[in-house]
Design a protein around this ligand. Structure first.
Ligand code: ZN
Length: 66
């Protein structure tokens, strides 16, 4: 099962074949070529990469995740 690369939480829902959504930190996760990119979703539904080129920082397991 996929876990969020940002928070390490497993509360990740599938929204499309290669797209997932983390309900803990509210980011969309896209699988591209075997790696995960993370995007913030703004109020208009536009995706903004988290970090440079959507690169994700080190996971922080347990932060706000039960
Ligand atoms: Zn998360």
């Amino acid at each position: 099962m996929l876990s969020c690369p940002l928070c390490g939480c497993h509360d990740v829902g599938r929204i499309a074949p290669d797209h997932y959504y983390c309900w803990n930190c509210f980011v969309e996760l896209a699988l591209e070529g075997g790696r995960v990119r993370a995007f913030n979703v703004d109020l208009e539904g536009m995706l903004t990469p988290v970090g440079a080129e959507g690169a994700v920082p080190e996971p922080q397991p347990g932060e706000g995740c039960s």
